[in-house]
Ligand binder design. Structure first.
Ligand code: PLP
Length: 426
C-alpha cells in the first residue's frame, strides 16, 4: 500500500527510498527492517546532544503529566519563565551585562525569524506613530541566505526553483553580496550604501550560510557588518537558528565576533532537538517600542502552541545540560576529530573547498552536473544510505553536522564513506 504521507523537500514521483525509523539513541537511528543508520546531520541540525537524551526525555515525561499546554496570551508557566531567564543569561552580552532582555516564544526556526521581522517593522512603525522616526519596511539580506519556508522567510531567502511558485507573494528585499574570500570589501561597501537608504533591518546567518551551501565568512566581517548597521541606525538581526547551541564551537556564533544583535532568533537545538520550540530575543528598545497603554501598539503575533509547556520543559533540561555539563568540551573534541579526518579527505582529487566551523564540516565534490535540479544529491543520498549513513548533500556540497555524542568509530565510518563517494563520483 502506498503511504498517504506527503514529505517535505521530497519528489514522490522519483520513488526514492523513504526509510522507516522506529527508534533512535545518540547518533544511531534504528530502522523497521532491523538495520541502523548514523544520523550524521542531527536529523536536520536539531539533535545537538544526540537522540533521546535521558535528561530531556525525563523532563518531557514529567511535564506531560503536570501541565501540557496553556494559552500563552496573558497566562504563564514556570518552564517558560525559567527558559526565558536562562536564555537571557546565556545570550550575547554588552559590556558583560545581559542585553537581549526579552524573549518571545514560537515553534520553529521560520516562525522565530518571522517574529524577528515583525518586531523590526513593529519597532519602526511604533516609533513613527510617536513622530520619532519614519516608518521603515525594507529588509537587507545576504545573497544565498536561507531563513525558512514561510512566505515571509522565503522573501528574505535566496530566490530559485524552490520558491518560484510563490514569487508573486514574496516581498521586496535588498540583497547584499556574500563576503566570499576576496569580496569582503565589496560586501561591506554594498551594505553601507544600502543602510544609507534607511532600511528597517539587516538579517544574517552569523559566520556561516547553512542551506545556501555551508559558506563561511569571518568574525571580523560579521563585526564590521554589525558596526555598519549601528552607525546607520539599522536594526541588526542574527538568525542563530542553525548556528546556535554550540554548532560553531561557541554557544552562539555572534560571540566569536563580540556582536550583540538587536534581535536574535533561536530554534532547532533549543530543546536538544526533541520537540519543536523557538524563541526570538530582543533588546529593551525593541520591547519598549511596543510598550504602551495603547492596545494598537501591542505585538500582534501568536500561535496556539506558543511556549508549549512540554517543549519549554525540554528546553529547560537542555539549558541545564549546558550549564552543568562540559558541552563545549565535547564539541571541541568532536571538532578536532572532524578536522583531522577532513584534512586527509581534502587530499582526495575528487574534492575541493574543505571547510569547517566547530562541528559543521563541508567539502565540494568536483562533479560535472551539480545544480540544484541535478540528480547528484539524490544519488549521493542513496549511496550513503546503502552504507548506513543519513547524509543529505546540498548539490555537490557534502556536509556533516553530527550530534556532539558521535564517537571516533562512527566518525571513521563516516569519513571512509566520504572517501568512497570521492572514488565513485569523482
Ligand atoms: N534559519 C536558518 C538559518 C535555518 O537553517 C533554518 C532551517 O534550516 C531556518 C531558519 C528555519 O527553521 P525551521 O526549519 O525550524 O523552520
Amino acid at each position: 500500500m502506498t503511504s498517504p504521507v506527503w514529505h517535505p523537500f521530497t519528489q514522490h514521483g522519483l520513488n526514492e527510498p523513504i526509510p522507516h525509523v522506529v527508534r533512535a539513541q545518540g547518533a544511531t537511528l534504528h530502522l523497521a527492517d532491523g538495520s541502523t543508520l548514523i544520523d550524521a546531520i542531527s536529523s536536520w541540525w536539531v539533535t545537538t546532544h544526540g537522540h533521546c537524551h535521558p535528561r530531556i526525555a525525563a523532563a518531557i515525561a514529567q511535564q506531560a503529566s503536570q501541565l501540557d499546554q496553556l494559552i500563552f496570551a496573558a497566562y504563564t508557566h514556570e518552564p517558560a519563565e525559567e527558559v526565558a531567564r536562562g536564555l537571557i543569561a546565556m545570550a550575547p552580552r554588552a559590556d558583560g551585562q545581559p542585553a537581549l532582555a526579552h524573549v518571545f516564544y514560537s515553534d520553529s526556526g521560520s516562525t522565530a525569524v518571522e517574529v524577528a521581522l515583525k518586531m523590526a517593522l513593529g519597532y519602526w512603525h511604533n516609533l513613527a506613530l510617536d513622530g520619532l522616526a519614519e516608518a521603515r519596511s525594507r529588509i537587507l539580506v545576504l545573497d544565498h541566505s536561507y531563513h525558512g519556508d514561510t512566505i515571509g522567510t522565503m522573501s528574505i531567502g535566496e530566490r530559485g526553483v524552490y520558491n518560484a511558485a510563490w514569487q508573486p507573494l514574496l516581498f521586496d528585499v535588498g540583497t547584499i553580496p556574500f563576503p566570499a574570500p576576496g569580496h569582503e570589501q565589496a560586501c561591506l561597501a554594498a551594505l553601507a550604501a544600502a543602510c544609507a537608504e534607511k532600511p528597517a533591518a539587516f538579517i544574517v546567518e552569523p559566520l556561516l550560510l547553512g542551506a545556501g551551501g555551508m559558506l563561511l565568512y569571518s568574525p571580523d566581517i560579521l563585526r564590521e557588518m554589525a558596526a555598519i548597521c549601528r552607525r546607520h541606525d539599522v536594526l541588526f538581526i542574527a538568525d542563530e537558528v542553525m548556528t546556535g547551541w554550540g554548532r560553531t564551537g561557541t554557544l552562539f556564533a555572534c560571540e566569536q565576533a563580540g556582536v550583540v544583535p538587536d534581535i536574535m532568533a533561536v530554534a532547532k537545538g533549543i530543546t536538544g532537538g526533541a520537540i519543536p520550540l523557538a524563541a526570538t530575543l530582543a533588546t529593551a528598545p525593541i520591547f519598549d517600542a511596543h510598550l504602551s497603554t495603547d492596545r494598537a501598539r501591542l505585538f500582534y503575533h501568536s500561535s496556539s502552541y506558543t511556549a508549549n509547556a512540554i517543549a519549554c520543559a525540554a528546553a529547560a533540561a537542555n539549558l541545564a545540560i549546558w550549564r552543568e555539563e562540559d558541552v563545549l568540551g565535547r564539541i571541541a573534541t568532536l571538532a578536532d576529530g572532524i578536522a583531522t579526518r577532513l584534512g586527509i579527505l581534502a587530499a582526495h582529487p575528487a574534492f575541493a573547498n574543505p571547510r569547517q566551523l566547530g562541528t559543521i564540516a563541508a567539502i565540494d565534490l568536483v562533479a560535472a552536473d551539480a545544480g540544484y535540479l541535478s540528480d547528484l544529491a539524490p544519488r549521493l543520498r542513496a549511496f550513503f544510505l546503502e552504507r548506513g549513513l543519513l547524509l543529505r548533500p546540498l548539490g555537490n556540497t557534502i556536509y556533516l553536522m553530527p550530534p556532539y555524542c558521535l564517537d571516533a568509530d562512527q566518525l571513521d565510518r563516516l569519513f571512509a564513506a566520504l572517501a568512497e563517494a570521492g572514488d565513485s563520483f569523482g
